[in-house]
Design a protein around this ligand. Sequence first.
Ligand code: PAF
Length: 283
Amino acid sequence: MQTFSTIDSMRTWCRQQSLEQRTIGLVPTMGALHDGHLFLVEAAKQRCDHCVTSIFVNPTQFAAHEDLDLYPRPLDEDLAKLERAGVEAVFLPSAEEMYPQQEGQTATTVQPSSVALPLEGVHRPEHFVGVATVVLKLFQAAPSDFAFFGRKDFQQLCVIEHMVRDLNLPTRIVPCEIVREPDGLAMSSRNRYLSEGERERALCLSRSLNKVEHAFREGERDTKRLESILAAHLSDCDSVDYAVVVDRESLLPMPQVMQNAVALIAARIGSTRLIDNRELQVD
Ligand code: PAF
């Protein structure tokens, strides 16, 4: 497994693979890897000749009061996991490499589509500008045929799909299923912040999504009623930023579920903010 810390060296390696007719699958991560990330790696390996994983805790997607400094960075463990998973190359840029100082200037950023505005966009207003910008920069540093993203960060996936469509980027996005612990908790690097008691309480997110999916399957289509089922099962949370059923494409509210929808939750257990979701498919 090779590691690259500069954009030039990473890009040269990717270009060489392309010249040799090898396809590349990119798995962008912020490290603290868990089985959800390794599932993306596996999907990339199945679909492409080579898998490149990036590990970069992107400062621009964290607000000043968020957990950038505390964000886990177990680099040696991460590299061992990627080596075992058979990843060919890891991109490990520094913040200075990704964001060189622009003396007296602000840097160019990506303005995401309107799908970035509701939900996370309300609670973390600058977040998706940071995500879209860094993902575009990662695509430039590691030019790849495919890039693999988990459906757990559902709105992030929509933002990236729109960016690729709107900016005519050549990389194809491959959405991958949410990976859950056996008891239903969606895997997340932030789960490691949870105490034993908090982890138990965090199960209410997946439970409430199970209940809403069940009601939907039984024929419930009234959004308010579906949302009250979600809310009713989230009492173990310390606070709920949103628990909604919205249109699958626009992420906007709708009174009745007439087309594909998605139930999305963002809630805090102790001081840890967790997100989870469930797509609701109209037959
Ligand atoms: O989902 C993540 O881990 C991050 O938001 C991403 C896509 C790697 C960008 O920093």
